[in-house]
Design a protein. Sequence first.
Length: 85
Amino acid sequence: MNDTLSLASAPHRAARPATPVELGDVPRRHNSLATLRIFIATCRERIRLRWKLQQMSKDNPHLIDDIGLTRQQIEAEIAKPFWQR
């Protein structure tokens, strides 16, 4: 019954063509400060991981085999920018 009332009270919505997402329709969590902090923390972790892999490949290359990666995989991971997975 609520669905019927909501459709009847807003006939202009049914007649309006599909539009791109309006500013008010964007979920609040995408714009939050907490999301930004999580993104920054993730980027920092990726930077640390890639720096450690680079140091490991220089100082102890035999450890690369121990963690189950090849030299090419390590080089590909180190070459990625911090925002890529």
